[in-house]
Design a protein. Structure first.
Length: 189
């Protein structure tokens, strides 16, 4: 039995590849069948819970890793884990469990920020009446560039939840803040 398990494990590839495959399947199935998808996403998280730098970069002679390669491996591991946390969070969100979903999605956003993760996390925050936190997420996104359609809708919801006068005014203010404090000080209150 153990031999069959080991052969199956080796045939399926590295734990990292297996985890990413499971996370991708979970994200694809999260809308249709969130509970089974959640099981897959949690298994993916367990597969690579321990950091093995040699799984993300090629080791040098005698299995040595130089500092630059180690930092590169750490960065790759963060991106990898962000995908896994996103899968768990998306499944929980589709099950209507906004609190736990928000924790997983926040971890994914910290590990590997992206516009897609911002939208997922903002949706979770707004479901829990945390408009101020959702607005601060969009502040960073707006300062880096234009918001996607789904992001704009959630941004408007966050602005309404906080009680600001206008989404356009808030968006303009965030973009001006990116230019520096001197510009913001020159604005009328």
């Amino acid at each position: 039995m153990l031999a069959l398990f080991l052969v199956t494990l080796l045939a399926a590839g590295s734990p990292t590849a297996q985890a990413e495959r499971l996370a991708g399947e979970a994200l694809a199935e999260a809308q249709v069948a969130p509970e089974p998808a959640l099981g897959k996403a949690r298994r993916a998280l367990l597969l690579t819970r321990d950091f093995d730098p040699t799984a993300f970069v090629a080791a040098g002679r005698k299995g040595e890793l130089v500092e630059d390669e180690y930092l590169q491996a750490r960065h790759a591991y963060r991106r990898h884990r962000a995908l896994l946390y996103q899968a768990v969070g998306a499944c929980l969100a589709n099950m209507g469990r906004a609190g736990p979903a928000g924790r997983y999605l926040a971890r994914a956003q910290v590990l590997g920020p992206s516009a897609e993760r911002t939208v997922l996390l903002a949706r979770s925050l707004l479901a829990r009446d945390r408009g101020t936190e959702a607005l601060s997420l969009f502040r960073r996104e707006a300062q880096q560039g234009p918001l996607a359609d789904e992001g704009l809708k959630l941004f408007a919801q966050a602005v309404d939840a906080v009680g600001l006068p206008s989404a356009q005014e808030a968006l303009d203010r965030f973009r001006l803040e990116a230019l520096g404090p001197a510009v913001v000080e020159a604005l009328p209150a």
